[in-house]
Design a protein. Structure first.
Length: 86
């Protein structure tokens, strides 16, 4: 499964891994495919240099592994749970 866009592929793979780990499930094999690891440099979703350090350390591991650095916990949890702060 590939979207043809490295950033979107990284996000999909990271989301699959992150949610599986959050729910105590086995990470799906498709999330570990090479197309989900094509980004070679970190992508920060903020123009602020001050936020980059925060995003580097606060992005969940599944997203950091793929160089997709943003506060993905809120995005992933908020789409599924009404209480995204957990």
């Amino acid at each position: 499964m590939s979207t043809g866009d490295a950033l979107h592929d990284a996000w999909l793979g990271a989301l699959g891994e992150h949610l599986a780990r959050r729910w105590g499930l086995q990470v799906p094999a498709w999330a570990e495919r090479p197309q989900h690891f094509r980004m070679t440099a970190p992508q920060f979703f903020s123009p602020s240099a001050a936020l980059r350090g925060y995003l580097y350390f606060e992005s969940p591991l599944a997203f950091r592994r793929r160089h997709d650095l943003h506060d993905a916990r809120a995005a992933a949890a908020g789409a599924i749970s009404s209480d995204w702060r957990t």
